[in-house]
Design a protein around this ligand. Structure first.
Ligand code: F0G
Length: 457
């Protein structure tokens, strides 16, 4: 795996390091972000929630005319929502400093946090003259890749597993014109194939856009910068994030490690990585096998053993949170480093709990896709465990938009598979759904008194 290290004294000298510079840029409402076009100026970059922190990912370069090679569509203009009602529901002590903050990455142009990383990786792809890009994906990576490829005129290839993608995400890849290959295998198989194509078939000129690409992670660091900005540059106690391929958690820890090295923060928050119970490879490797970073010399044999066991027992990832339905997380070593840097923990929750917490996010006015609900399930679970204190300030990353996977949402609220819902609305009766905030439509005659009566139900 490659990791990016900078000569900070040259790239971002101590005399220039200040939060207020980033803050001033954030106030920019310049709408002239030339989406993918050549020659994005500094004032346009200030609009991007990634590139206004450009000194902290200084791999890009200025072209001779003073303009940069950066590819941007104004991604990362997300916000940190203080979710007091949800916090109270979960048991935070708001009167004594506790708080729950939701980093709402669904606000990105393609509807997930992936845009933070893609803008950086496409910038690098352009710097090296790539014209064909590819990824394996559970959906969001492909949506984001397809969008940036369309904007830059690059040719896009998307590898998806059989039947493993939420429709909202598939529709995006198709709409943005990516060549979409449904491989007869799961996400891990798709990733292995696309890596082999990018790494061993140079004649095809395919630039790999999965998060093994370290430039992706450079962009994803800025999610943490925006959380700090939202908290007035104060450090929260915990960052909670779903874990799939483990790019995000790796990027987050790198951000804090670098900020500490730069002397811009004096404390690093703790990290909770949340797996789905049906895809808890990291949880097993960390909590059952006891694998730790150990300065990079982690016990790889234990990881290999675990993978061999999974193959032998045909232990395949399976979760309703399809975004994180992954067997072999490609960023595992970096995630182990992240756990070390941020004194991290790993936990898993079953599908029912994840969807229940996804639904609570919606019920309290924010909304996210199932995988993102894992971070809220994690916050609650760690509160109950006593590891997170009610007086802690906790930032949960909502990684993807509510509309990415409406099937899971409709199913939760009606108790029916999506295809049956429309039929049910006209003819069938059904059991009541069991979720604590399930909210099924009410069938009612076309009659004003009946409607008013139903309104009171
Ligand atoms: N949340 C969402 C909504 C995701 O789409 C993903 C990953 C994750 C969490 C996990 O993030 O991989 O950095 O640990 N989705 C990838 C994809 C795998 O192909 O879209 P991670």
């Amino acid at each position: 795996m490659l990791d990016i290290a900078y000569d900070w004294d040259r790239a971002f000298p101590a005399s220039q390091r200040s939060w207020s510079m980033f803050e001033q840029r954030g106030a920019s409402f310049t709408p002239r972000v030339a989406g993918g076009g050549r020659g994005v100026t500094d004032s346009m970059l200030n609009f991007s929630g990634v590139w206004r922190f450009r000194e902290l990912l200084p791999f890009w370069k200025h072209a001779p005319n003073g303009q940069s090679d950066i590819v941007s569509v104004g991604e990362g203009r997300t916000n940190l929502q203080q979710a007091d009602l949800l916090a109270q529901h979960l048991g935070f002590d708001l009167d004594n400093g506790g708080g729950l903050f939701l980093e709402y990455e669904g606000f990105n142009p393609s509807g997930s946090f992936k845009d933070n990383g893609m803008t950086a990786a496409f910038t690098h792809a352009r710097m090296v003259g790539a014209s064909r890009v590819a990824c394996a994906s559970t959906g969001n990576t492909s949506a984001s890749l397809a969008m940036y490829a369309a904007l830059t005129g690059m040719e896009a290839f998307v590898f998806i597993g059989e039947g493993k993608i939420a429709y909202g995400k598939l529709s995006q890849a198709l709409d943005y014109g990516a060549k979409t290959l449904q491989v007869a295998g799961d996400f891990d198989a798709c990733l292995a194939r696309v890596r082999a194509i990018a790494e061993t078939r140079p004649e095809l000129g395919v630039y790999l856009m999965n998060s093994v690409n370290p430039f992706r992670l450079e962009g994803q660091k800025t999610i943490m910068l925006r959380i700090l900005e939202g908290l007035n540059w104060q450090i929260p106690d915990w960052i909670v994030v779903p874990g799939g391929n483990l790019g995000n958690c790796s990027a987050f820890a790198k951000a804090f490690m670098e900020l500490k090295d730069l002397g811009m923060i004096d404390r690093i928050p703790r990290l909770a990585i949340i797996n789905a119970m049906g895809a808890r490879t990291l949880d097993r490797i960390v909590n059952e096998q006891g694998v730790v970073w150990n300065g990079g010399r982690y016990e790889k044999s234990k990881v290999d053993e675990e993978y061999a066991r999974m193959d032998r027992e045909n232990d395949q990832a399976s979760t309703v949170a399809s975004a994180i339905e992954i067997n072999r997380p490609v960023n595992l070593p970096k995630a182990l480093r992240a756990i070390e840097i941020m004194d991290g923990v790993v936990r898993s929750f079953d599908d029912e709990t994840i969807v229940e917490h996804k639904s609570l996010v919606g019920r309290y006015g924010f909304g996210c896709e199932p995988a993102s609900g894992a971070s809220i399930a994690g916050a609650r679970g760690l509160l109950e465990e006593g590891l997170i204190k009610p007086t802690d300030r906790v930032a949960c990353v909502l990684t993807g938009h509510q509309l990415k996977d409406p099937d899971v949402t409709v199913n939760y609220h009606t108790g029916l598979p999506t295809k049956q819902v429309q039929r049910w609305l006209s003819e069938q009766s059904a059991e009541n759904p069991s979720g604590s905030v399930s909210n099924r439509p009410i069938r009612v005659a076309d009659d004003i008194e009946a409607i008013i009566a139903a309104m009171g139900e």
